[in-house]
Ligand binder design. Structure first.
Ligand SMILES: Nc1ncnc2c1ncn2[C@@H]1O[C@H](COP(=O)(O)OP(=O)(O)OP(=O)(O)O)[C@@H](O)[C@H]1O
Ligand SMILES: [Mg+2]
Length: 230
C-alpha cells in the first residue's frame, strides 16, 4: 500500500529560556494511504507539534519527513504551500473558518485556491454533513457543532491526500463529537484521504484503524487493525 507520510528518526524541541526542551525524540512513524490513526497523549506531550511538523508549520531539528513518497528535506516555502494547498486538509480545534464568508464559500475555498468551484463532491459533503440548509449563512452565526461540520467539509473539499485534525471535538458534547468524527472517517475513506487525528476520546480512537500514543517524546502504537479490512 502507498505510504502517505513517514517520519524517520524525527526530533523536535524548543528553547525554554536558557534550557532546551526536547518534545519529540527520534520518532519513527508510517501512515499508509487510507489509514485512519488516533493520536493521544498527555497535554504537552507533543501531539500538536507532531501535526505541525507534518504540515510544515514547524521544521524538524533532526531526522527526515517524507510526504507522498518525497523527502521534504529541501522543500522551500513555496513547495510547502503547494503541498498544503493541494494535498493537505486540516481541521483545527477552533475550526478557523473564514468569518466574512458564508458556509458555501468556506467549503469551496480550497477549490478556489486551485482555480476550481463548487462541484458534486462538495454537494455530497454538504448532504452528508447536513449543511444544505446553512449554505448561505455566515459562519459567524453558526453553533459550535455546525461550525465543526463546515470545517470537516472544507478540509475534505479538495480530496486531500492527508487530513490532519487537532482535537476537533474538543468543544462539543460527546455524542455530537462522535457523530461528526465517524462521518469524517467515512467521508475521508470516500475521498481516499489518510487521517491523523488528535483526540482525548477513547471511543473516537476505537473506530480508527490505529491508535498511537505520545509519551515522553516517544510514539507507541497501542492498537492496530488492517486498514483494508477496517
Ligand atoms: N512554538 C513553540 N515554542 C516553544 N515551545 C513550544 C512551542 N510549541 C510547543 N511548545 C512546547 O512543546 C511542548 C509540546 O507542545 P504541544 O502543543 O505539541 O503539546 P500537545 O500534546 O499538543 O498538548 P495539548 O494536549 O495541551 O494540546 C509543550 O511543552 C509546549 O510548551
Ligand atoms: Mg495540542
Amino acid at each position: 500500500m502507498a505510504i502517505t507520510a513517514q517520519f524517520c528518526q524525527v526530533s523536535k524541541g524548543f528553547n525554554d529560556g536558557d534550557r532546551f526542551h526536547a518534545v519529540l525524540d527520534r520518532v519513527d512513524l508510517t501512515l499508509h494511504q487510507g489509514q485512519t490513526v488516533a493520536l493521544t497523549g498527555p497535554s504537552g506531550s507533543g501531539k500538536s507539534t507532531l501535526l505541525n511538523l507534518m504540515a510544515g508549520f514547524e521544521l524538524a531539528d533532526q531526522g527526515e519527513i517524507l510526504l507522498g513518497g518525497q523527502s521534504t528535506r529541501h522543500w522551500q516555502d513555496a513547495r510547502w504551500s503547494a503541498f498544503r494547498r493541494l494535498q493537505l486538509g486540516v481541521v483545527f480545534q477552533q475550526f478557523n473558518l473564514l468569518t466574512p464568508l458564508n458556509v458555501r464559500d468556506n467549503i469551496a475555498f480550497p477549490l478556489q485556491l486551485a482555480g476550481l468551484d463548487w462541484d458534486p463532491w462538495c454537494q455530497h459533503l454538504s448532504d452528508k454533513l447536513g449543511l444544505n440548509e446553512l449554505l448561505e449563512r455566515s459562519v459567524e452565526q453558526l453553533s459550535g457543532g455546525q461550525q465543526q461540520r463546515v470545517a470537516v467539509a472544507r478540509a475534505l473539499a479538495h480530496r486531500p491526500l492527508l487530513l490532519l485534525a487537532d482535537e476537533p471535538t474538543g468543544n462539543l458534547d460527546q455524542q455530537s463529537g462522535l457523530n461528526v468524527m465517524s462521518l469524517l472517517c467515512e467521508l475521508a475513506a470516500e475521498a481516499g484521504s489518510t487521517v491523523l487525528m488528535v483526540t482525548h476520546s477513547s471511543e473516537c480512537a476505537a473506530f480508527m484503524h490505529s491508535h498511537w500514543q505520545l509519551k515522553q517524546g516517544q510514539l507507541l502504537e497501542l492498537a492496530s487493525r488492517d486498514a483494508v479490512e477496517g
